[in-house]
Design a protein. Structure first.
Lengths: 109, 113
């Protein structure tokens, strides 16, 4: 099956810093989503982005499907950005998602 | 409010007992999914259903069972055959099309005591 790798595994930021999270996948996909998992475990949808670029406030994402990677940008980070960020891809009908291992982000005040 | 509701939030089970986790959605989505998350890891697919009265095994279906009698509901039973059931369980739903966004419930944390 498809493999999804996220990097870095851990990221410590000072409040106000910018960062880039990466997601590499091993095959063509027809679905790619970025999630933020909060401390209570809930998965918050950030982006649905199988290709192209999207922006939502301080967050933006770019997927280059032909090169099999996606990037999530966090600008002017805040302590509330702390948590785990997951990339998930779908490569088959039925919209089944395969998740990466996540990037654990800690933003220090 | 539209969304996905999982219950209970926390569940404790004795070894050898079956337990059923509830997942209900009012988004009118055709497809529903169950995922398992172990500490420090990503999510893995247990079962999914694309339509009422039909469901398919995911990557880690052994020791689990599901039913889909109604479009809104997709309960997951963790059986005594599941060797390591302590985990965080998340339910999701999506419109059953090839390229659509999936949404998740708040999860159920199951602990075997």
């Amino acid at each position: 099956g498809i493999q999804v790798e996220q990097s870095p595994p851990d990221l410590i930021l000072q409040e106000g810093a910018n960062s880039t999270l990466r997601c590499n996948f091993s095959d063509s996909v027809n679905n790619l989503q970025w999630f933020h998992q909060n401390p209570w475990g809930q998965l918050i949808n950030l982006f649905y982005i199988p290709s192209g670029t999207k922006q939502n406030g301080r967050l933006s994402a770019t997927t280059v499907a032909t090169e099999r990677y996606s990037l999530l940008y966090i600008s002017s980070s805040q302590t509330t950005d702390s948590g785990v960020y997951f990339c998930a891809v779908g490569a088959a009908a039925g919209n089944k998602l395969t998740f990466g291992g996540g990037t654990r982000v800690l933003v220090k005040p | 409010d539209g969304g996905i509701t999982q219950s209970p939030k926390y569940l404790f089970r004795k070894e050898g007992q079956n337990v059923t986790l509830s997942c209900e959605q009012n988004l009118n989505h055709d497809a529903m999914y169950w995922y398992r998350q172990d500490p420090g890891q990503g999510l893995r697919l247990i079962y999914y259903s694309q339509i009422v009265n039909d469901f398919q095994k995911g990557d880690i279906a052994e020791g689990y069972s599901v039913s889909r009698e109604k479009k809104e509901s997709f309960p997951l039973t963790v059986t005594s055959a599941q060797k390591n059931p302590t985990a965080f369980y998340l339910c999701a739903s999506s419109i059953y099309l090839r390229n659509t966004e999936a949404f998740f419930g708040q999860g159920t944390r199951l602990t075997v005591v």
